[in-house]
Ligand binder design. Structure first.
Ligand code: 5GP
Length: 182
């Protein structure tokens, strides 16, 4: 996929589903909640690249207690917009999670396969605690039994782009979440 004009870029943005303002308010509230629950021991926000990098950057700044960030990359294999059900950890976390309250920061939970695998892997390393915060949840599409502790928005079965979420590496720069149109 290659997009070489603004009109071609824009024609795939069907409609705004969640505005920048709605995202900002929800992220600030989530940051406040994490800050209020802090028990004085280290927090590590683990971002699953690449989709969650925008959410991580905003969530991190909405937290007003000490917290660290770490990065992991996991790849779910897609055939167009459909998951083919394979997940691979392509870059592991640098930190030893046993010293931390781990908060996995995800862009979207779809079939649940990516998070279920990452959650099992990090849990096996003995963190102080572990939970998942996701910007978006698409529960209708779940194929494995996985429920994030916190989902900022629950959406129907649509393919969405923006605020870190891509289609063919494009659209991560949109400040809102939009429905993708073929
Ligand atoms: P899961 O393993 O839950 O099926 O998929 C998780 C990953 O698939 C997400 O981190 C994201 O990269 C991708 N994904 C799932 N649904 C969507 C969607 O609606 N839009 C985009 N851009 N990516 C999605």
């Amino acid at each position: 996929m290659e997009i070489s004009s603004v009109s071609e870029f824009e024609k795939h943005i069907s409609r705004v589903l969640i505005s920048a303002k709605q995202i900002e308010e929800a992220v600030k509230a989530a940051g406040r909640e994490i800050s209020e629950q802090w028990d004085g021991r280290p927090i590590l926000l683990v971002s699953i690249l690449k989709g969650s990098f925008v959410f991580l950057a905003d969530l991190n700044r909405a937290i007003n207690v000490p917290c660290e960030v770490g990065f992991m990359a996991a790849k779910s294999y897609y055939d167009g917009t459909e998951s083919v059900g394979e997940v691979k950890i392509t870059m592991d976390l640098a930190q030893d999670v046993s010293k931390y309250h781990v908060i996995i920061v995800e862009d979207i939970v779809d079939t649940g396969r990516t998070l279920s695998d990452v959650y099992k892997l990090l849990s096996s390393r003995g963190p102080l605690s572990i939970k998942v915060i996701t910007l978006l949840d698409k529960p209708e599409r779940r194929l494995v039994d996985f429920k994030p502790e916190k989902a900022l928005f629950t959406i129907p079965d649509l393919f969405v782009i923006g605020y870190g979420l891509d289609l063919g590496e494009y659209y991560r720069n949109l400040p809102y979440i939009a429905e993708y149109k073929e």
